[in-house]
Write a protein that binds this ligand. Structure first.
Ligand SMILES: Cc1cc2nc3c(=O)[nH]c(=O)nc-3n(C[C@H](O)[C@H](O)[C@H](O)COP(=O)(O)O)c2cc1C
Length: 324
């Protein structure tokens, strides 16, 4: 049984990666239904939170059925991060996750996200302060290091464990790599095999099939896998991996009916949660994946990414569902 503090996650948990503009409540509901064992909010700016920015505060919305769920925060200023932790705690998540992995320039230049990988003492200090400031378990999500010459993750994981984090998710790339090339899981395996490490280690990066999940599990001995992009428009990935790990068999892909039902729910929930305009717009990046591989789909796709009304879109999705 893998546990983060007292949170029981099963034998080999699959985590939904935090993803900005993706891992919101409507999407999380689907991932939960299809087997995600632990989910995270999108990253939330500590500076935004403490200034009461509407967008940041809305990301604190979490629901009972989502448990266990972590709220992920980021920022480079220790005091702001402590205040943001206190605000996140009021939303009653199961844990607080610190983002030390975001590679985006406007984040790293403030020593936030992966930017802090250039200043490991500060990373350790900030983590320690947050652990001390909250009753909740604190976890960290990070990368191998800043660049090829500074892949210090083995040492970093030890030091973060020593200041009290309860789990770490590691994306097998450096900041400089952004999302390019292939994720390298070798150092993730080294962290896991370090006899000093007792907390769960979750591997992350490029797992997009059940076979790949099994390969990573066997080769690197991690405690679970965090999945990001492969779940976008394809929340079935969690169920497919679990089934394969349990039985060695690949499930048939979702039917057209399952795909349209899932996308209708996703769309309706998005509109309910963020309003028609925003909900409709943000859904556009999901359709391509929901209907990947479906033949003769071009005209439907065009409609899905150009129509602006919820009812219109639901009609289109119903047409797709019932097409001969
Ligand atoms: C659209 C998008 C948004 C992301 N937003 C976040 C975020 O808010 N917080 C975070 O820690 N990582 C974020 N990531 C990184 C993912 O959590 C994950 O580490 C990365 O996508 C690699 O995993 P994958 O290969 O399974 O996608 C984001 C990635 C994508 C593609």
């Amino acid at each position: 049984m893998v546990k983060i503090a007292n949170i029981e996650l099963g034998e080999f948990p699959l985590l939904l990666a935090p993803m900005e503009d993706v891992s919101d409540p409507p999407f999380r509901a689907l991932c939960k239904a299809y087997g995600a064992d632990l989910m995270f909010t999108e990253f939330i700016s500590s500076e935004g939170l403490i200034r009461n920015a509407i967008k940041s505060k809305k990301k604190l919305d979490i629901f009972e059925y989502e448990r266990p769920i972590g709220i992920q925060i980021f920022g480079g200023d220790i005091e702001s991060m402590k205040k943001a932790t206190a605000m996140a705690e009021e939303a009653r998540p199961d844990l607080i996750d610190i983002n030390f992995g975001c590679p985006v320039k406007k984040v790293v230049c403030k020593e936030a996200g992966a930017g802090i990988l250039k200043n490991i003492p500060k990373m350790v200090k900030l983590t320690e302060e947050i652990v001390k400031s909250t009753q909740l378990p604190v976890t960290v999500k990070t990368r191998l290091g800043w660049d090829e010459q500074s892949k210090h993750i083995v040492e970093v994981a030890e030091r973060l464990q020593d200041v009290g984090i309860k789990a770490i998710s590691i994306h097998g790339r450096t900041r400089v790599q952004m999302y390019k090339g292939q994720a390298d899981w070798t150092l993730i395996g080294e962290v896991k095999n370090n006899p000093r490490i007792t907390i769960p280690i979750f591997g992350n990066g490029d797992v997009n099939t059940p076979e790949k999940a099994l390969e990573m599990k066997n080769r690197f001995g991690i405690d679970g896998i965090m999945i990001g992009r492969a779940s976008i428009g394809y929340p079935w990935i969690f169920k497919e991996i679990k089934h394969f790990l349990r039985t060695g068999h690949i499930l048939p892909p979702p039917t057209l009916f399952e795909r349209t039902e899932a996308s209708k729910k996703h769309l309706s929930d998005s509109v309910k949660w963020k309003g028609e305009k925003q909900g409709v717009l943000e859904m556009r990046k999901h359709y391509g994946n929901y209907f990947r591989g479906i033949p003769d789909f071009k005209d439907f796709r065009k409609k899905l990414v150009s129509q602006n009304g919820l009812n219109e879109l639901l009609d289109t999705l119903n047409l797709i569902e019932h097409r001969a």
